[in-house]
Design a protein around this ligand. Structure first.
Ligand code: 5GP
Length: 121
């Protein structure tokens, strides 16, 4: 599958420092920041710094260092925010069916309340 990355997407602009963000954690390959429209008391987005469009793009083409850093940083974010104790949901949306709004791979970490069932229907 060929992936086309749009360098003008909003998360690319955040990574270039053109748009501010509320950073939770930043490493060499990964940035975690608060969602601008939180849907739960904890709602953080974890993104790789590299130009990956979707989860499958990242999983298929990222380097071992990027993959490791992304997942270890996500674990650190969950620990930092205390999301592990009560539990949380990690979601990623892709493309039209997933109703992905921003075409830069991101993992939503949601927690701080009972989140309800994963899908309404
Ligand atoms: P998606 O629907 O692509 O999975 O989720 C995109 C998420 O990005 C949404 O939850 C939306 O609130 C968030 N978002 C969109 N623009 C911005 C922004 O400029 N800053 C931050 N922090 N979050 C954003």
């Amino acid at each position: 599958m060929a992936y086309t990355y749009d360098p003008q997407n909003i998360f690319a602009r955040i990574l270039r420092g053109e748009i501010p963000n509320k950073t939770v954690l930043e490493t060499a390959h990964t940035l975690a920041f608060h969602d601008i429209h939180p849907q739960a008391p904890i709602h953080v987005l974890v993104i790789p710094k590299g130009p990956y469009v979707t989860f499958d793009h990242f999983a298929a083409e990222a380097t071992p260092e990027e993959l490791l850093d992304f997942h270890r940083t996500t674990a650190s974010v969950i620990a930092l925010l205390g999301a592990g104790e009560g539990g949380y949901r990690a979601i990623t949306n892709s493309g039209l069916n997933g109703m992905q709004e921003v075409p830069h791979y991101h993992l939503h970490i949601l927690g701080g309340r009972v989140l309800g069932r994963m899908l309404d229907h």
